[in-house]
Design a protein around this ligand. Structure first.
Ligand code: CUK
Ligand code: CUA
Length: 631
């Protein structure tokens, strides 16, 4: 990469609102790098789009009071460590699901139930890729999976209650980045990439300077048990990933095929690669015991480096980022990032590649130029693709089959439209666009910078999630949505796919260990209010029915370890109670028919009030009681 190109990356943060200066800026970037747009729209196309513009009004993102959104959006909360549920098209934030973070409202990371899932190890996380489990290539409403790049974890969210129920620390790798699910026949596996290269073993004993010992691994997780199924060692690092619609192949981008340890080294090659994994061969190798283990754990690690029959390496330009499977199941599309192109890989040709009948580059059937900084591509199910151009601050709409025709020498324009977005888009995503149900209604573009689009909030500004109507021939921007750090990725799932519980059921696994503990103590959680002393440990069991706790006071001794277990007997939808012990950093949510518990040290003598912190009743303020701590 030349100095000029790097300057462009830096300059790109200085986009001005005024169209004039923006156009000048794009003029400049277009001259550098691999050049101007290859296939500009013809005059006739502009005329026809102008006509279309006049004919169609944009779909409205307005969802009137009392009306419901058509889609659930699952938004990554980035380095907030959470997942958010958005309503689309209103772009209203409906709920936050704490995952890797601590949440003051629900007590996630404070309650015993959440600690059992979360562990005590890290309080922070960096979420990128939320993806829902599928059956036959369609969302099945069961789980959403999300990665934690910061602490190398993968979590699962149960969609019946919209709570995290499993977190797995992925061994042998550092920084889980790209994550997707097996689409067909169903989500047996969650796949994800270890991005950063580390020595195998990473125990500090071998030379740490010897980069030739560093590896990245592709990770395959059993979606039901949330345990490691196997890992595949590759050449180069790994960035994003996706699965096909046949249940046969997974593909991942690598931006650091050089195995460089600094920026200059990482971007030195004109081409990096996409690694394709053959699932059946990998499973057979695990079964046959053809693996090694590392770092003292027993996770099977297959050797999928160059020359292995498990993988193939397809060279693509240059430091590719996103990889996206078209919903017709025909193509993996790798986004060139430092190349103005995307690479269209024919999935149909992969069997021949794996049987060595063709060369890796033979699978790349077109490489259309779209603009500067292509990062991610989404699809409308009508043959069009939408690629974010980070440096150009645009979305390019283009037609996949036309791009292939143009590649084969036919005189066709594959570019349909370029739309300015504000500013510097990362992912974009269409409604149901990664499934067979891609419906081509909405496109959400997750912009990294909002700059002047909202009232200024000081030096730290929100991201800007822009909603675009793609139902017609022309993309139309209809909404700007500020979001806090930082949605990298999202999915939009039709509301018909998701069935949530209105109240908890008493046999829910979320609090099964607490129910078991009560049983041991001889306590019936749905009727008893009891204090059980067990040496310095005190277990306080109480019920709650708006607006009272089943226990108006309880006595402990200074220094006792107190566990308060609250069971919410209310059957009414939306009547959630809280339990907060003042001056103890203790608070939690107890949903209708749920049990939740929290353990703390009674380290302050005297009267300590506890109260309900979820507004539940006209007499909510009176819903409180005393912990009497004897010195
Ligand atoms: S990544 Cu952030 S813009 Cu983590 Cu999918 Cu591309
Ligand atoms: Cu119970 Cu507020």
């Amino acid at each position: 990469m030349s100095k000029e190109e790097l300057a462009v990356i830096n300059d790109s943060n200085d986009v001005k609102l005024e169209d004039e200066s923006r156009r000048k800026f794009f003029g400049k970037t277009a001259l550098i790098g691999a050049g101007a747009i290859a296939a500009p729209m013809s005059a006739a196309m502009f005329a026809s789009t102008a006509q279309a513009k006049r004919k169609e009004a944009a779909m409205s993102p307005v969802v009137h009071p009392g009306e419901l959104d058509e889609y659930y959006g699952f938004w990554s909360g980035g380095h907030s460590g959470e997942v958010r549920i958005m309503g689309v098209p209103s772009m209203r934030e409906l709920m936050r699901i704490p995952v890797f973070n601590i949440d003051s409202a629900t007590g996630w990371g404070i309650t015993n139930e959440s600690k059992a899932i979360k562990g005590d190890d890290y309080l922070a996380g960096d979420c990128h890729h939320p993806h829902m489990s599928m059956t036959d290539g369609r969302y099945n409403g069961k789980y959403v999976f999300i990665n934690d790049k910061a602490n190398t974890r993968v979590a699962r969210i149960r969609c019946d209650v919209m709570k995290t129920d499993k977190i797995l620390h992925v061994p042998n790798v550092q920084a889980i980045h790209g994550l997707r699910v097996q689409k067909v026949p169903y989500t047996k596996y969650v796949i994800c990439n270890g991005e950063f290269e580390i020595p195998m073993n990473n125990d500090g004993k071998a030379s740490l300077e010897d980069v030739s010992t560093y590896r990245s691994l592709f990770n395959v997780i059993d979606a039901e048990t949330m345990e490691m199924a196997f890992q595949v060692m590759v050449d180069g690092n790994l960035d994003n990933t996706d699965a096909d619609f046949d249940g046969k192949y997974f593909a991942s981008t690598s931006y650091n095929s050089e195995m460089g340890m600094n920026l200059g080294e990482m971007i030195s090659s004109e081409r990096d690669h996409v690694v394709v994994f053959d699932l059946a061969r990998c499973e057979a190798a695990v079964k046959a015991g053809k693996f090694k283990t590392y770092n003292g754990n027993d996770v099977p690690v297959l050797d999928g480096r160059k020359g292995s029959h498990l993988t193939r390496y397809i060279p693509v330009p240059k430091s590719p980022h996103g990889i996206n499977t078209s919903p017709d199941g025909k193509y993996f599309i790798a986004n060139g990032k430092l190349s103005p192109t995307v690479s269209i890989i024919s999935i149909k040709k992969l069997p021949d590649l794996f049987n060595d009948k063709i060369k890796p580059r033979d699978t790349v059937i077109a490489e259309p130029e779209l603009g500067l900084g292509p990062l991610h591509t989404a699809f409308d199910g009508r043959g069009n693709a939408y690629t974010t151009l980070f440096l150009d601050s645009q979305v390019a709409k283009w037609n996949v089959e036309d791009a292939i025709k143009a590649h084969n020498g036919e005189k066709v324009n594959y570019l349909r439209q370029k739309l300015d977005v504000h500013y510097q888009p990362g992912h974009n995503h269409t409604s149901q666009g990664e499934s067979r149900d891609a419906d081509g209604k909405w496109l959400v573009v997750l912009c990294k910078f909002s700059k002047d689009r909202f009232l200024p909030t000081g030096p730290l500004k929100p991201e800007n999630d822009q909603l675009i109507d793609i139902s017609g021939d022309v993309m139309k921007l209809v909404h700007d949505g500020p979001t806090f750090a930082e949605p990298h990725d999202c999915i939009m799932v039709h509301r018909s796919k998701i069935k949530t519980k209105k109240v908890w059921t008493r046999d829910d696994p979320m609090f099964a260990p607490t129910v078991a503990m009560a049983k041991k103590d001889g306590v019936n959680l749905t009727s008893d209010n009891k204090v059980i002393r067990d040496g310095k440990k005190v277990r306080v069991y109480m019920t709650s029915v708006a607006p009272v706790y089943g226990m108006e006071s309880f006595k402990v001794k200074l220094g006792d370890e107190v566990t308060v277990v609250v069971t919410n007997l209310d059957m009414v939808e939306d009547v959630t109670h809280g339990f907060c012990m003042t001056n103890h950093g203790v608070q939690m949510e107890i949903g209708p028919q749920a049990t939740a518990s929290v353990t703390f040290i009674a380290d302050k003598p005297g009267v300590q009030w506890y109260y309900c912190n979820w507004f539940c009743h006209a007499l909510h303020m009176e819903m409180r009681g005393r912990m009497l701590v004897e010195a």
